[in-house]
Design a protein around this ligand. Structure first.
Ligand code: 5AD
Ligand code: SF4
Length: 445
């Protein structure tokens, strides 16, 4: 039997796409390989968001080229596919840089993989179109599902933040029709999924067509998904502050299945930098939104993204970011040095911040963010949470799962608890994970 291996980089949408590419090849008779070494088709599902992410592709391809040559010497064929956002952005250049690549396929065309692989036998193939047909209509049933699954509801972005490649690699905002999302969610639930994360580059701009053709908001969609039997937990990511309607704020107060965790990137705490970034909101508007969300759901865990060293960022601008971070107190966060991306407006600007300054600012920001995160993790000690058990734990006899606030927990429990939601008392907060004890009532249940 032929085997396929998909290695995915970057965001949750790429993780979803990687799973769907595995589904496409699965339907063609390919089994899932555990490693590239073991596979006949190797897919790198790439990320273009920052330079470092994009560069990883080429170093990995260098390694795969050697593997492919060794295999050929043994008379075995290996196909190498580059998918994802680097494929979309760089297209045929990838094959020019790395001749071992057989297929380049963009994020909107991967339902055509079987055809592209067949065509690659007589020459190298590039497909980076935004096709008229909707890939979702051509994807086979999902396989290999765990208790928690991603579900793409919206793709692309019309915001054009000055630093960001997404509007170019993923294209304009497109929402899937509500019925298509609900059908996929129901199938996930029937396949044993307990938690679904609705994903989109700008998920709260979701406006898919409803049954009557009128647009449905993300909040309305979440209400519908919450009615599907078996789905106990709903999450969504990533949101933009400007698309956060009152109905979504209310959803956090009213829908028990909607989990108390929100990833809401702010990028900077300086109004000057926010304006230069084309974010179209101020730091104060963000604070007011957070106040509304916290009023609706006081225990909500808030997460964000930050960029330090955006062109023109001064010490005073950076101080504004630190002030915002201290005022809001994010429970978790991702922070990055600004990385100029080809084709984006900010990459062309003259006032780039020196690398050493960026490194210093990033370290300082991360110190503040980490301190708050550790305090938050520590505050979980002694508390009891419902934990969705997702997989085997690091050590034998252990399982791993997540609290409603998306904290990772390891604890001793039988492996047949995977897929169940059980009460767990947190005994200790480690560096990256919490440790807990399954409560006896659940063990007996
Ligand atoms: N440089 C650094 N970080 C970036 N991000 C997006 N583009 C860039 C860039 N050019 C970050 C933003 C975004 C997250 C997904 O990646 O913080 O929210
Ligand atoms: Fe990129 Fe801004 Fe769109 Fe987010 S909102 S994907 S950062 S352009």
């Amino acid at each position: 039997m032929k085997k396929a291996y998909v290695k995915s980089y970057g965001c949750q949408m790429n993780a979803y796409d990687a799973a769907r590419m595995a589904d496409v090849l699965g339907a063609e008779g390919y089994a899932a390989a555990d490693s590239a070494e073991d596979a006949d088709v190797i897919i790198l599902n790439t990320c273009h968001i920052r330079e470092k992410a994009a560069e990883k592709v080429y170093s990995e391809l260098g390694r795969l080229r050697v593997l492919k040559a060794e295999r050929r010497a043994e008379g075995r064929d290996t196909r190498i596919v580059v998918a994802g956002c680097v494929a979309q952005a760089e297209g045929a250049e990838i094959q020019a840089r790395q001749p071992a690549v057989d297929v380049v396929v963009g994020p909107q065309s991967y339902h055509r993989l079987p055809d592209l692989l067949a065509r690659s036998r007589s020459g190298r193939v590039v497909d980076t179109e935004f096709p008229i047909e909707d890939k979702f209509d051509h994807l086979p049933a999902r396989r290999g599902l765990g208790p928690s699954a991603f579900l793409t509801v919206q793709e692309g972005c019309d915001k054009f933040c000055a630093f960001c490649v997404v509007p170019y690699t993923r294209g304009a905002e497109v929402s899937r029709p509500a019925a298509a999302v609900l059908e996929e969610a129901a199938r996930l639930a029937a396949g044993g999924v307990r938690e679904v994360t609705l994903i989109g580059q700008n998920v709260n701009a979701y406006h898919g067509a409803g049954a009557d053709g009128a647009p449905v908001s993300l909040a309305a969609l979440i209400r519908e998904v919450a009615r599907i039997p078996g789905l106990s937990r709903i999450r969504y990511t990533t949101s933009h502050p400007n698309d956060f309607g009152d109905d979504l704020v209310r959803a956090h107060a009213e829908i028990p299945a909607l989990m108390p965790y929100l990833h809401l990137p702010v990028q900077s705490g300086s109004d000057r930098v926010l304006a230069a970034m084309n974010r179209k909101h101020t730091a104060d508007a963000y604070r007011r939104l957070v106040d509304r969300v916290r009023a609706a759901r006081p225990d909500i865990a808030l997460s964000s993204d930050f960029i330090v060293g955006f062109p023109g960022e001064t010490d005073a601008d950076f101080a504004d970011t630190l002030t915002l971070v201290r005022d809001i107190g994010f429970e978790s966060a991702f922070s990055f040095k600004y990385s100029p991306r080809p084709g984006t407006p900010a990459a062309e600007w003259g006032d780039q911040v020196p690398e050493a300054v960026m490194a210093e600012r990033l370290a300082e920001l991360q110190r503040v963010l980490d301190a708050r995160r550790h305090a938050y993790q520590k505050s979980a000690e002694g508390q009891v949470f419902d934990v969705l058990v997702e997989k085997a734990g690091r050590h034998p006899g252990q399982v791993a799962g997540k609290t409603p606030h998306l904290l990772a927990v390891q604890f001793d429990a039988p492996q047949d608890h995977i897929g169940r939601i059980v009460p767990v008392r947190i005994t200790e907060a480690g560096a990256n994970s919490l440790f807990g004890a399954l409560l006896p009532e659940a063990a007996a249940a």
